[in-house]
Design a protein around this ligand. Structure first.
Ligand code: SAM
Length: 277
């Protein structure tokens, strides 16, 4: 299926820190995502927590920001029994975008699908108020570490604010932005411990062997995320901080859901309550 990209996005790849960050995800998607998405109960729990929190809040056009294989949107379509007609799947990794159509085919989605290879570090190639709903499962929102614009590259919290203002721009008034994040200083060991424990409890020994065999590869591929979080390029914020940054970008937080991802996850549901100019 045809993938749209933008020159803005291509140009950002000349910026070494951005290129490294996104290359880290491309590798993580190849090594870790297929296993996390099928075997890690904590990872699957945060996907469901986000889809559940969006129940009744999804409109006809949904944008999945940092979509991976498209599993959050698939859950949304299935769990919400909702009337989603158009899906815009956006990811910085072009390979993972190719998985979205098969994922949605599997659940019998027959609406319009658009694939965009871009990142949250540049504006979305969409018109204002084109989208009813946005979701981002451990994706582009929390990994908007940089923002490249005419003023120059912004980093950290300033880059996050630019990304959220752009989300505000493309969302219709009253539209929901639902995303998942990690709590500040997440305990990654606990996620690993509970992933293994759930395989043991479920007597999924074959999966357990695969998980143990791949554990060090996954850990190595995940290392960059910890480094980027320390540098302030991954946004694992506390609830109060999310409230403040979202409010500054025209959103009101309507719900936080805690407890998923082995206690290390946070689901945030915000609504566009004013237009950010
Ligand atoms: C942890 S995976 C989550 C995938 C999927 N949302 C899920 O819940 O399974 C993060 C995804 O976000 C993408 N990503 C990370 N940073 C991004 C950014 N700044 N802009 C766009 N996509 C990004 C990665 O390529 C990857 O597919």
């Amino acid at each position: 299926m045809r993938v749209i990209t933008t020159t803005d996005f291509q140009q950002t790849l000349q910026y070494p820190k951005v290129r490294d960050m996104l290359a880290g995800f491309t590798k993580w998607n190849a090594v870790a995502l297929p296993l996390m998405g099928t075997m890690s109960a904590p990872y699957i729990s945060i996907q469901h927590a986000l889809a559940d929190a969006m129940r009744g809040r999804a409109g006809k056009t949904v944008l999945d920001y940092g979509c991976g294989t498209g599993s959050i949107t698939a859950m949304l379509i299935k769990d919400n029994h909702s009337d989603i007609r158009r899906v815009i799947a956006v990811d910085s990794d072009s390979a993972t975008l190719q998985e979205v159509e098969p994922t949605l085919n599997k659940i019998g989605f027959h609406g319009q699908l658009e694939l965009i290879n871009s990142s949250s570090m540049v504006p979305l190639p969409l018109n204002a108020e084109e989208v009813d709903t946005m979701v981002s499962g451990l994706g582009a929102i929390i990994y908007s570490g940089f923002h490249l614009n005419s003023v120059g590259p912004l980093e950290g919290r300033a880059a996050l604010a630019e990304c959220l203002k752009d989300c505000n721009r493309v969302l219709k008034p009253g539209g929901y932005l639902g995303f998942s994040s990690l709590v500040p200083n997440p305990n990654f060991r606990e996620i690993k411990r509970q992933s293994i424990l759930s395989l043991l409890k479920g007597l999924r020994f074959k999966s357990l062997i695969v998980a143990i065999r791949n554990a060090s590869k996954i850990e190595k591929a995940s290392q960059f995320m910890k480094e980027f979080a320390t540098a302030g390029w991954a946004h694992y914020l506390a609830e109060q901080q999310w409230q403040e940054v979202l409010q500054g970008c025209g959103f009101t937080v309507v719900e936080f859901r805690r407890g998923s991802y082995a206690g290390q996850g946070l689901v945030v549901i915000a609504q566009k309550t004013s237009s950010f100019q």
